[in-house]
Every structure is written in structure tokens, then in C-alpha cells.
Write a protein that binds this ligand. Structure first.
Ligand SMILES: [Zn+2]
Length: 242
């Protein structure tokens, strides 16, 4: 029998990106979510200079499962599956030898301005990770249980079939979820859930309520550095690594 120990874990800093593009959209919200390729390059350079490595969700999950705290690690995440992530973010990540996790809405793949399955497959082959962001970009907390189940299970089924791999992570559109969400995620085989900021957290020790820090357009190096303060440790039950 595996013994379960309560362990205090330091988690990696999780950064949340949306778009990386040479031209920022005209509306104010999309503009704040779109950073330039130069800004993204400078941020990866900053992580490298600080000896912070980027890790995948699978590495994080393996560490957590064995009660190990990832050290000097950052998890880079991208939401919404825009094609500029393939066009601009992916080549920069490759140049630095970094990895990121991309949360996609399976219903938007191949639609205008969004990545195609072929682009997603190419990125996965090059070491990028993918997670679910729903079928549509819809707030789970206002749905009935059947609608939530559809968003979660359908996204996991489609994405895992396309990737020929397990999907272990989910990011909630707009950060919102409720008590039913976590049960449905466990049922779908998901192991990690990401919200946006701590406003949405009900249980700070839950691996289904991991918070992220938003990277915005025009952040200076000092602004970016302030996002990298270590997050509080969480208490989990883990089986020790042999
Ligand atoms: Zn989103």
C-alpha cells in the first residue's frame, strides 16, 4: 500500500499570457492582453538571466505527485489558442529552449485567427504542452452541471484524440468555476486546474485551483520581475518518490 504523507510544496510561479503579436488590436481589453514579440523575448531573456527554467504541466504533476517542490521553475501558460501564439510565441520559445502550456477551446481550433490542429501538432512535437479551455469560451460557474460536463469532457476527448496523449490540465475561461467543476474534472481524468487570480480560489491547497499571474502589454522589466515573487506553499497529500 502506498503511504500518503502531508507535504508542504512550493509551486512554480505560473504566468498567464494571451497573445503575442506585432500589432495590438484596437479594443482596450485585447490590447492589454497582447504583448509584442520584443517584450516576450525580453521576458524569456530575463528568466534565463535569473536562472529560472520553464517547466511543462506534466513535469509539475509528476513533481507534485511525488511530493517534490519544483525549484527555480516557472510555468508559462497561454490561453484562447490564437494563431499569433504559433506565429510569434512558439519560435521565440524554441529559440530559448523554453516550454509553455497552451490552453485551447477545441471549438475554436481552425477558426479565423486561431491555431489549426496541424499547428498544434507541430508545437506538441517540439515539446509544447496543451490543456483544455473548454469547447467554447464560456464561464463554467453560470452553467448547469450537464453543460459543464459537456465543456470539460468534450474538450478532453477531442484534445487527447488529436494529441494522441493524455490531457491533464484545464484552465477555466475567465477564471470562474464552482464546486461541481472539480468533481467533473476528476471524472474526466484531469489532474490540475488553473484559475486566474486568487479571487476565485476556494481552497488554496487544491491542485484544481492554481492561480496565475497576468502578463500585460507594456510591462517593464521591473513590472515583470514583480510577478516572479515565490507563491505561498500549499499543503498536499503525496506518495514519496522512490
Ligand atoms: Zn480565455
Amino acid at each position: 500500500m502506498t503511504s500518503l504523507l502531508a507535504v508542504l510544496l512550493s509551486l512554480p510561479i505560473v504566468l498567464m499570457y494571451h497573445r503575442v503579436d506585432v500589432t495590438a488590436p484596437s479594443d482596450r481589453i485585447s490590447q492589454s492582453l497582447t504583448i509584442s514579440p520584443d517584450q516576450f523575448t525580453a521576458e524569456l531573456q530575463y528568466l534565463r538571466d535569473r536562472h529560472l527554467r520553464t517547466m511543462s504541466v506534466a513535469e509539475l504533476e509528476a513533481d507534485v505527485r511525488s511530493g517534490q517542490s519544483p525549484s527555480n521553475a516557472v510555468l508559462l501558460t497561454f490561453d484562447d489558442g490564437y494563431d499569433d501564439q504559433y506565429q510569434y510565441a512558439f519560435p521565440i520559445l524554441r529559440r530559448f529552449g523554453d516550454v509553455a502550456t497552451f490552453f485551447v477551446n477545441v471549438g475554436s481550433v481552425g477558426k479565423p485567427r486561431h491555431m489549426t490542429w496541424q499547428q498544434i501538432a507541430t508545437m506538441a512535437q517540439e515539446g509544447m504542452s496543451f490543456g483544455c479551455h473548454g469547447v467554447t469560451h464560456s464561464d463554467l460557474a453560470v452553467m448547469g452541471v450537464a453543460a459543464q460536463e459537456y465543456q470539460i469532457e468534450r474538450c478532453v476527448d477531442v484534445l487527447s484524440a488529436q494529441l494522441h496523449d493524455n490531457v491533464i490540465a484545464y484552465a477555466y475561461p475567465s477564471g470562474a468555476f464552482d464546486e461541481r467543476t472539480v468533481r467533473l474534472e476528476q471524472q474526466a481524468g484531469l489532474l490540475l486546474g488553473f484559475t486566474t487570480d486568487p479571487r476565485f480560489q476556494r481552497d488554496a491547497d487544491s491542485l484544481y485551483e492554481l492561480t496565475r499571474r497576468r502578463v500585460k502589454n507594456g510591462m517593464t522589466t521591473a513590472d515583470f520581475a514583480s510577478l516572479l515573487a515565490p507563491p505561498p506553499s500549499i499543503k498536499i497529500r503525496a506518495s514519496p518518490r522512490r
